[in-house]
Design a protein. Sequence first.
Lengths: 226, 223
Amino acid sequence: MAEFWRRIWILYRKDLLEEFRSMDHLWSTVVFGTMLVFVFSFAVQLADVSTRQVFPAVLWVSIFFLSVVALQRSFAKEKESAVMDALLLACGERSLLFYGKFLFSFTLLLLLEAVVVPLFWIFLDVDGAGVNLGLFAAAVLAGSWGLAAVGTLLNGITSQLPSARLLFPILAFPLLIPLLIGVVLCTQGALAGQGRSTMGWLYLVFVFDLLFTILPLVLFDYILEG
Amino acid sequence: MKHALRNPLCWGLTLLVLINMYVIVYYAPVEKTMGLVQKVFYFHVASAWVGLLALTVVFGASLSYLWKRTSRSNHLALASAEIGTVFISCTLLTGPLWAYPIWNTWWTWDPRLTTTLVLWFMYAAYIALQGGGASEVRRRLAAVYGIICFVNVPLVFFSARWWRSIHPVVISSQGMALEPPMRAAMFFSVGVFSLLYIYLLQLRLKALDLEERVQRLKAELFV
């Protein structure tokens, strides 16, 4: 068991190192994120609606788009430099590769959100009084977990097909609907200062996360074979 | 055309569809408050049923493909997904026709409506992933996706239902206590639509098999 975690850790560190060495992809993704904030906030201002009411929807739609850009690359790197077989040989088990990549995607999403969420908060002029910050943080964490899991699973699928860039969001969004409902309502509850009455939605997101963290254990072998 | 004339299933189905029309129009009584527009219900429910049935077949065939790797099970999954998309589209089109006069809106986020729409998107994504089922890789990946979709459906339904039952439900489908002749008409319609699905599935399966055979023969000839 310790060996299992150690290998995942090595894979995870490899991806992080690689990402921070070049920085160019991370940088463009951060820029894209800030632009999303700008475009959405601007449009909402023009439409003259209550910013606090649209905050959960706008925030999560942006994070969804951002994750499409950010998570597309998790397997593409290996494909581009044609080292997929070497990587599979090195890590021994395919599901292990999934968990390594998943942790990396999760970290990447959290990093991006650390930039995007405060910016949205400021640009949409959300009033901080009476907000249940713990619930909000839990919604962001659990939501990113689910996004990273589904993203990594589907990236394993699309990275094997030539010119399948467009396929990734098409495959991902229908699956992510329960997560979207859960996190948006959770964020809304957190903004209204609710506690226990919105916990149910957090549990829904947990169930979703659990499902898509365990499912790859069975299915990932089939995705990466051959 | 020759095939259609020779196939008894085709003849039988033509007759059954005509009888079904008769049953819907004349046998089932006109609903007191909704009037004639309620007749769309018999098409709506039957095609929704076939849409779900087709997804279950996609799931089963995908499992079988990952297990045995026969091109037959891949063809079955693809054909079922294609036909399922057609029926789900019928459901999505007939629904608003009824909803506009009755609910006074074309669309509402009722759990059943939401789930049906997500179902349509999943089918569309599945077909895009198959890309005609041309390569071994695509077949395998589509099988995995077909399984994930099926597992995800209950989660979509319950999240949508829960969301709508926490908030006050303004517009809902009333608990339908159907009159016996209406119920009979509905079940008859569901039966006929299921047979139609099986017939179409058989046709499409044959076409896919033939297509593959043509490809193989071409490859043998022109190498």
